[in-house]
Design a protein around this ligand. Structure first.
Ligand SMILES: Nc1ncnc2c1ncn2[C@@H]1O[C@H](COP(=O)(O)OP(=O)(O)O)[C@@H](O)[C@H]1O
Ligand SMILES: [Mg+2]
Length: 1029
């Protein structure tokens, strides 16, 4: 699973400082490895991956990469997408746990001072900050976080390797519920280095808590505990001669610890008991013995002892006895055997170690209680293993032996899970595989722990052996048994060269991480870890609740020897291995950059050594040797399928076949990859680089294409939506229209039906069936009529013929309309025109239907006169100046004798008509003497004036021709009031030429109009026929 994660991100990040993942190194030499590590370290890049394994180099300085912002950056982000970081690993483990719902552990290894404890704290902080939280969970989280300062105060100390060296092993399970909330925790602790309580090497300190209490403790408290505010005052604190260290602020730490104790629910009473124990240890350290003459140890009224008895709540006398006498039980009797001073010191130290060691365990239990999650539903866990690292001192004792054995076991576990498991995967996947050689430290583990034959067994045997077994006899036994072992040397067994480096009391183990020479002194005692019986009994009755609780578990009557320390440790490590094997592993390999704890120093030799013994090169080689990368077929296909037309966008077949097609298309050579059962294995990083590069390039093109597609898709979608909307609106609209149309039709049908019914019954009297129709007919007629009314009075033909019902109305309307038009017309005519009409009317009354030429004349308007006054001779005007001239017209006068035509002017005045020739008045006809006027019925224009003629001298009737006959005669009739004087005659008009002398004017019709004197002496007038219009 881890293999799957490692390729893409590593590829994208490969151009940063050095290489982020050693797997991507071009060569897997140690030199290349170190050079990359150094390059990155110089830029403060302390983390580098080997696949999913995190290599961390201790920078010995604060780096600004552990803040909340950084945590957020790494939250939920794919492992390799960001620069290597412990948060990435923590997050990856967490995410995997959530998705796969299984248990994990993070194995943090490295030698003392390499940064394991810091790493585990960073991880815990990461979870505390980034996991989902509630108030309730926050308190659990606070407890988990605050358990650290407490355990560090009691279990860490300054050593030569590390100012804050863990002197106990710690495995902590963080429990998560299915939502990923951190809901509880549990700690397992391993073998505290108790010897430190009573003894420290030069340059080292006791556990921090002692210094914190003495330096930071409040005056009242110190007073209560009988302590001086001075570390130098206490034997147990000054052996290393470095009670005060600049890198450690005991006072501040004291405050932190006190606060932390509250948070992990340790109440005030217990807190007091706890400090009482710490103080009692300090007092114990100051208990000095005198000796009597026989060399027996004496304790006389010792104040320190009283403080101890006081603080532990035990009887002072008994305590004194316990520290100076040994109780020997012989049958029924108990005999007290006095101690030598050495024995007494031993008993004192044993007591100090015992109460401190038990108290530490008590603390861990308390912390576990306070972090315990009581909800029974299933939890998944992430275990954090931070255990003391491999260490080598000038003098190495039983503790180093245990610690280094522990590291061998962890290395063994690592080998099992990585180097072996990795190679087994190839087998499982059916991949041809050339096994990578690695140093398997099983041989060393066996050397230490093998039943009956291992060092621990021999040690136990020596411890149990009756008789005077000593550390040296133990050494001899070892030499006997281990004589030929390649990883075991003693002074006696060594060759000359090696012998020089070994003391007689030493044995040397060739550990995976290097040689360590152990001094056997103290091995038996430390392994036995015995407390004298009488002291143990005494402590069981302690009034200090913590002490009583701690020792109550020990059955005082049990005669069975308790298991030795080494054996206990061995079984606890076995249990730990089982715990870890059941979980999925994540590794952090911590490297120490230099021995002097200096920032910026990259001690190449030191680091090369660590790289070597941690098996990092082998790990890397296994990772790469065969195949730098592997990927499940489907996952590989999913990522790279755009690179081959056959697999893009979808591969329909089996993923393995798809991958085969894909890599063929990419031109992978046969040796560059292998097809496993479920995965493809790619041998060289560069093969994948090429693929990844191609993918990067293709991704951009793809992105553009996808973008275009997507935009198109979006636009299409939008368009479709709009179209749908349009259609919908259209449909609605059409519906509305259709409904309207239907209503209209229904209405129309009704109307038409009604119309037809109305039409059919139109003749009947008004009833419901026809009333509307008739109304329609009426209205329709009236409308039509309105638009077609005749425009003039003369138009007698235009009139809409009415429907039957309206005949009468129509007639009334017609009349009304004509009257209206007439009225309008009449109103519109001028007085002149009116006068004219009156004249015309008169003319009509005289001539209409009588004279043939009359009809043509009607249209010709009458004028006022036909001769203007200027055209009348002035003399004539003078002659008739007394009479007003009413009308003048030129005429042709026919002589009475020969009917010769003579043009004359005829002037009508008020009283007479004058015939004028130039300046002469030829004839004056008084109206009174004008007895008649005759005209023919034909078209001619001859007028005859019949004049009363009594006097023969007087001229007779006047015969004239006048072009404007009707006008002239009408005017004359009006002026002379002779309307009835005009006669229209047929055939002939008799005339009186002179008094008594008659003649006639005969009228006839002909082709040409003519006037001549006929043979009969009459005037013959030929008129044409009037053209009928
Ligand atoms: N990531 C880190 N950043 C800064 N300093 C560190 C880091 N890791 C370790 N150190 C320094 O190294 C010291 C030893 O680290 P520690 O974790 O106690 O070592 P170990 O537990 O492996 O013995 C710390 O006290 C601290 O000063
Ligand atoms: Mg540590």
């Amino acid at each position: 699973m881890q293999g799957q994660l490692d390729m893409e991100g590593a590829l994208t990040a490969r151009d940063r400082v050095g290489i982020q993942d050693f797997v991507l190194l071009d060569e897997t030499t140690e030199a290349a490895f170190l050079s990359n590590l150094k390059k990155r370290f110089s830029k403060d890049l302390i983390y580098t991956y080997i696949g999913t394994l995190l290599v961390s180099v201790n920078p010995y300085k604060e780096l600004d990469i552990y803040n909340k912002k950084q945590m957020e950056v790494y939250m939920g982000v794919n492992f390799f997408e960001l620069p290597p970081h412990i948060y990435a690993l923590a997050d990856n483990a967490y995410q995997t746990m959530l998705t796969e719902y299984n248990n994990h552990f993070i194995l943090i290894s490295g030698e003392s001072g390499a940064g394991k404890t810091e790493a585990s704290k960073k991880i815990l902080q990461y979870y505390a900050v980034t996991c989902p939280s509630t108030t309730l969970l926050n308190t659990v989280r606070d407890k988990m976080l605050m358990s650290n300062p407490v355990l560090e105060a009691f279990g860490n100390a300054k050593t030569l390797k590390n100012d804050n060296s863990s002197r106990f092993g710690k495995y902590m399970d963080i429990q998560f519920d299915s939502q990923g909330d951190a809901v509880g925790g549990h700690i397992l602790n391993y073998l505290l280095e108790k010897s430190r309580v009573v003894h420290q090497n030069h340059g080292e300190r006791n556990f921090h808590i002692f210094y914190q209490l003495v330096e930071g403790g409040e005056d009242d408290l110190l007073h209560e505990l009988g302590l001086e505010k001075d570390a130098q005052h206490y034997n147990y604190l000054t052996q290393g001669e470095c009670a005060i260290v600049s890198s450690i602020n005991d006072r501040n730490d004291w405050k932190t610890v006190k606060n932390a104790l509250q948070i992990i629910n340790i109440d005030e009473i217990n807190t007091n008991h706890l400090f009482g124990i710490v103080a009692s240890v300090l007092h114990l350290g100051n208990v000095q013995f005198d000796s009597d003459s026989k060399g027996h140890a004496l304790l006389n009224n010792n104040t320190e002892l009283r403080w101890v008895s006081n603080l532990l709540g035990v009887d002072a006398q008994s305590l004194q006895e316990g520290l100076t006498y040994r109780k020997i039980e012989a049958r029924t009797d108990q005999v007290l055997s006095p101690f030598t001073i050495d024995h007494a010191i031993y008993a004192r130290d044993a007591l100090a170690k015992a109460i401190y060691g038990q108290t530490f365990t008590w603390l861990v239990n308390r912390i576990n209680e306070s972090m315990e999650n009581k909800d029974p539903s299933r939890k998944t866990v992430i275990g954090l293993l931070d255990i003391y690292g491999f260490e080598v001192f000038y003098v190495n004792s039983f503790e180093q032996f245990c610690i280094n054995y522990c590291n061998e076991k962890l290395q063994q576990l690592f080998i099992q899970l990585t180097l072996k498991a990795e190679q087994e995967e190839y087998e499982a996947e059916d991949i041809e595989w050339e096994p990578v050689q690695f140093f398997n430290n099983k041989i060393i583990c066996d050397l230490v722990e093998e039943r009956h034959r291992g060092i621990i067994s021999i040690l136990d045997e020596e411890c149990l052996r009756p008789g005077d077994a000593t550390d040296l006899t133990f050494l001899e036994r070892l030499e006997d048994k281990m004589g030929n072992h390649p990883h075991f040397v003693t002074h006696k067994l060594a060759d000359k060269m090696t012998r020089k480096t070994l003391e007689r009391g030493d044995f040397r183990l060739l550990h995976y991480a290097g040689e360590v020479t152990y001094c056997v002194v103290g091995f038996l005692d430390k392994n036995n870890d015995l407390l004298y019986r009488n002291i143990k009994d005494l402590i069981c009755q302690s009034k200090n609740a913590i002490v009583r609780e701690c020792f109550a578990t020990v059955d005082p009557d049990s005669r069975r020897r308790p298991e030795t320390v080494a054996t206990q440790f061995k079984s606890s490590l076995l249990k730990l291995t089982e715990i870890l094997m059941a979980k999925e592993a994540w590794y952090i390999r911590c490297l120490k950059s230099n021995e002097s704890k200096q920032p910026g120093q990259f001690d190449e030799a030191l680091i090369r050594h660590q790289v070597k013994y941690l098996g990092l090169m082998e790990h890397l080689r296994v990772r790469r040797a065969g195949f730098a990368y592997r990927r499940k077929y489907d996952v590989f296909l999913k990522r790279y399928k755009p690179l081959c037309p056959a697999t893009w966008p979808h591969w329909r077949g089996v993923p393995a076949d798809g991958v085969e097609v894909l890599v063929q298309h990419l031109g992978y050579l046969p040796y560059e990859y292998k097809m496993g059962r479920t995965k493809i294995f790619i041998r060289h990083p560069r093969t994948l680089y090429a693929t990844e590069d191609a993918y990067e390039k293709c991704k951009h093109e793809l992105a553009t294409r996808l973008q275009a597609k997507y935009k198109g898709y979006r636009a299409k979608g939008e368009f479709r939506k709009q179209k749908e909307a349009a259609t919908k609106i259209e449909t609605c609209w059409r519906g509305v229209q259709a409904r309207k149309e239907r209503e209209k039709r229904a209405w129309a049908v009704k109307v038409i039906k009604k119309f037809i019914k109305g039409y059919m019954t139109r003749g009947q009297a008004k009833c419901t069936d026809n009333s509307e129709y008739l109304a329609f007919v009426r209205q329709n007629y009236l409308n039509r009529l309105k638009n077609t009314l005749p425009k003039t009075v003369l138009d007698k033909t235009t009139w809409q013929s009415p429907p039957a019902v309206l005949t009468e109305t129509s007639e009334l309307l017609r009349k009304l309309h004509y009257r209206l038009m007439v009225r309008k017309y009449v109103r519109g005519i001028t007085p002149q025109r009116k006068a004219q009409f009156q004249l015309k009317l008169l003319t009509s009354s005289i001539f209409k239907g009588k004279k043939e030429s009359y009809p043509q004349s009607v249209a010709q308007p009458f004028v006022d006169t036909r001769i203007s006054e200027q055209d009348i001779n002035i003399r004539v005007l003078q002659m008739i100046r007394n009479e007003h001239i009413k009308y003048s017209i030129p005429v042709i006068k026919y002589d009475r004798k020969g009917f010769k035509p003579r043009p004359r002017q005829l002037i009508l005045t008020q009283t007479a008509a004058y015939v004028i020739e130039e300046a002469k008045i030829k004839q004056r006809v008084l109206y009174t003497s004008l007895k008649g006027i005759s005209v023919s019925n034909l078209t001619d224009s001859i007028i005859v004036f019949h004049i009363t003629c009594e006097d023969p001298k007087q001229k007779g009737d006047l015969v004239m021709q006048c072009d404007h006959l009707f006008e002239f005669l009408t005017k004359l009739c009006v002026i002379a009031n002779k309307q009835n004087a005009v006669k229209v005659v047929q055939g002939s008009i008799k005339i009186e030429i002179q008094a008594g002398k008659e003649s006639a004017v005969d009228f006839t019709t002909g082709q040409e109009p003519m006037v001549y004197k006929a043979k009969n002496g009459h005037l013959m007038v030929v008129a044409t026929r009037a053209r009928t219009r």
